[in-house]
Design a protein around this ligand. Structure first.
Ligand code: OGA
Ligand code: MN
Length: 295
């Protein structure tokens, strides 16, 4: 079957048709998906119906090593028994809706802040693959912002200011922004890392702003000035013209490049409707590294 790529937005994001991800082992098809990721940064695949095993295995075939030390895994047991599969749902192990004060629910609310996945580890996350198993009847879109377009649109003086800067990223920061609190032990485990504020994709040469709600400070700057710069850049980068909003259907798999985009969840009646999405995130390692995570 021929592979088609249909743009979903003037700047980025596309739907790829004609690929069955669960069975794709063809190196040329995998290379085509990676090249399309470099170009579009977000790829939507409809009607995939992946199960956990197929999702994990496909992520490894596509991009090698998986991120397994997710933030939440420091706090709660993973309901799938595999730390590489992140639970992006509002249900418990029995499929029941999480109550309003549930700690995992509270923690996950920070997904509604603009962020990129796994910027708080080194090497950081590269691709996220989010699979929709159950979606509510209304809303609950995921929004994506193109951080390459945001970089391109910055005035020259801001580009020069940002290019050499580094920021501190910790998942504790994005949670604390919404009032979540950690024990001193948890905080220590979620200490975070430094990341460049600007990245270059080695395959395309395109630069992008590397921002996230996990970013708490600009290294070497006073705290307030650093946070103000991060806030101003985030406002700039998430202007509507840079944003694609994805309306989920069951069976979707959406892949995004965390080094070239930000994303956020949007509100829905989460105490009324079930939403069960599951995510695998790969690490930004050279592609010839052997896959290390087990499936
Ligand atoms: C994620 C995430 C947003 C959403 O899975 O990393 O941020 O809409 N999800 O669930
Ligand atoms: Mn996320």
């Amino acid at each position: 079957m021929a592979i088609d790529v249909l743009p979903l937005h003037p700047l980025f994001a596309a739907e790829m048709r004609g690929v069955d991800l669960a069975s794709t082992t063809d190196r040329e098809v995998l290379a085509r998906i990676r090249a399309s990721m470099d170009r579009h940064a977000v790829l939507v695949f409809r009607d995939q119906g992946l199960d956990d095993r197929a999702q994990l295995a496909f992520a490894e075939r596509l991009d090698g090593q998986l991120h397994a030390k997710t933030g939440i895994s420091a706090l709660a047991a993973n309901r799938f028994g595999n730390e590489a599969l992140t639970d992006v749902s509002n249900v418990d192990a029995d499929g029941q809706l999480l109550p309003a004060d549930d700690r995992r629910r509270q923690y996950s609310l920070s997904n509604r802040l603009w962020h990129t996945d796994a910027s708080f580890v080194d090497p950081p996350g590269r691709y996220s693959l989010l699979s929709a198993r159950v979606v509510p009847p209304v809303g609950a879109n995921t929004e994506f912002a193109d951080m390459r377009a945001a970089w391109d649109a910055l005035p020259e003086d801001l580009k020069n200011l940002c290019a050499p800067l580094r920021a501190h990223h910790s998942i504790a920061h994005s949670r604390e922004l919404l009032g979540f609190s950690f024990s001193p032990e948890e905080r220590e485990r979620l200490r975070g890392v430094e990341q460049p504020l600007v990245r270059t994709n080695p395959a395309t040469g395109r630069r992008s702003l590397y921002l996230a709600s996990h970013a708490s400070a600009i290294i070497g700057w006073p705290l307030a000035e650093g946070r103000l710069l991060l806030k101003d850049l985030t406002e700039h980068a998430t202007r509507r013209e840079f944003v694609y909003s994805h309306a989920w259907r069951e069976g979707d798999l959406v892949i995004w490049d965390n080094l070239a985009t930000m994303h956020r969840a949007t509100p829905f009646e989460d105490k009324r409707y079930r939403r069960d999405l599951r995510r695998v995130t790969t690490l930004d390692l050279p592609r010839d590294m052997p896959a290390g995570a087990t499936v």
